[in-house]
Design a protein around this ligand. Structure first.
Ligand code: 13P
Length: 390
């Protein structure tokens, strides 16, 4: 039996919890702009732009220089290592641009997926070596949270027990290292939408994967109130012939979360007050106030509009929801902006406007207030790519 040896001080826990809360405060979600150099190559190729450091910087600048309208929509930005050290045309570090407007800085710390030998195409995620040192440095350089993505696949035989266990363990180990450095870990066990499985099968697998993730978190003494979960929504496989309504997707997604994600991920906030019954001694008593923290969904190849409509339906689902349910979208926040830009200076303004529009829509959706509207056009374009890498 394990024992409870001290891991984090109360002050460390409080710092982690407050950071997590700030990222997902009401109406806010996360911009995942942490595509690796290789992933950016694919994205930029789609719009005919060469994958150079300069073009990657220029593109990120389009997103980061959006005006104050995004301040109430985006609580955190996930950077890729390279972007964390890049500057705007005017020489302002991107990290400073983000922090100055109250948007917290995060960084992708995993080093990508690698094959799990002996499985049917399954993977684990590498990057634990040197992670402690990198976290210490990233914290000094302005990052307050991190992301680590694991990938699981659905088929008749997948995910295997090995893939579920191994990926849960590596996510827990990563989380524990981040927390030691005051960095909030975003826990991302992404189940890919590849395949023709139905909604029920995705829900079943999501439950098994999340249950294993939280068992591993417990085993590794991870402080849940200082974490954020980044799961897939429960959707049918990309090639499934059955169509499901947003309400069905919402019910399946929430049911899976309610069965597996501890309410402790809601978090609790310390506050102090004078014990009025003992004014003479002026004793300060610490009390817990329950304050919701969060689940921030990835978009997983859904179109921008589909992801927003699903997020809105999740927030309107008539099941008790003990967590904030918001977005941590990559493609579903950026696809229209990228297509508007196409590498041309004169398109930059239009591209930024597209990004702002998606940020505003998702801000409404994470509060269950999005009434729809974009019935055609860019926002409906599919963002799916098989075996998606990040
Ligand atoms: P998508 O929203 O494009 O799925 O990406 C989110 C992400 O951060 C994947 O790791």
């Amino acid at each position: 039996m394990t024992h409870q040896f001290p891991t984090l001080s109360e002050a460390q826990k409080r710092e982690l919890h407050e950071t997590a809360l700030r990222i997902v405060s009401p109406g806010k979600g996360i911009l995942a702009a942490d595509e690796s150099v290789g992933s950016m190559a694919k994205r930029l190729a789609q719009v005919g732009v060469e994958n150079t450091e300069q073009n990657r910087r220029q593109y990120r600048q389009i997103l980061f220089s959006a005006d104050d309208r995004i301040n109430n929509c985006i609580g955190g930005i996930i950077f890729f290592h390279e972007t964390l050290y890049q500057h705007s045309d005017n020489g302002v570090p991107f990290v400073k641009m983000s922090r100055d407007r109250g948007i917290l800085v995060g960084v992708k710390v995993d080093k990508g997926v690698v094959p799990l030998a002996g499985t049917c195409g399954e993977t684990t995620t590498q990057g634990l070596d040197g992670l402690s040192e990198r976290c210490a440095q990233y914290k000094k350089d302005g990052a307050l949270f991190a992301k680590w993505r694991c990938v699981l696949k659905i088929s008749d035989t997948n995910p295997s027990k090995l893939a579920i266990t191994e990926n849960a363990n590596v996510l827990a180990r990563y989380s524990s290292i981040c927390q030691q450095h005051g960095i909030v870990p975003i826990i991302e066990p992404e189940i890919l939408p590849d395949g023709d499985h139905d909604l029920k099968r995705c829900q079943y697998v999501t439950e098994k994967v999340l249950a294993a993730v939280y068992k591993a978190m417990s085993d590794h003494h991870v402080y849940l109130e200082g974490t954020l979960l980044k799961p897939n929504m429960v959707t049918p496989g990309h090639s499934c012939s059955t169509k499901y309504s947003p309400e069905e997707v919402a019910m399946a997604s929430l049911t899976a979360l309610r069965r597996t994600v501890p309410p402790a991920v809601t978090g609790e906030l310390w506050f102090s007050h004078r014990n009025k019954s003992n004014l003479q001694r002026q004793r300060t008593v610490s009390v817990y106030l329950p304050v919701p923290v969060g689940v921030a969904f990835l978009s997983g190849g859904q179109s921008e509009e589909e992801a927003s409509v699903h997020l809105n339906a999740i927030n309107n689902c008539p099941l008790a929801k003990p967590w904030i349910l918001t977005f941590s979208f990559g493609r579903a926040l950026q696809a229209s902006a990228l297509r508007a830009w196409r590498g041309h200076k004169e398109n930059e303004k239009a591209a930024t406007e597209q990004f702002i529009k998606r940020a505003e829509v998702n801000s409404l959706a994470c509060q269950g207030k999005y009434t729809g509207g974009d019935n055609c056009g860019e926002a409906h374009q599919c963002n799916y790519g098989s075996c998606y890498a990040y």
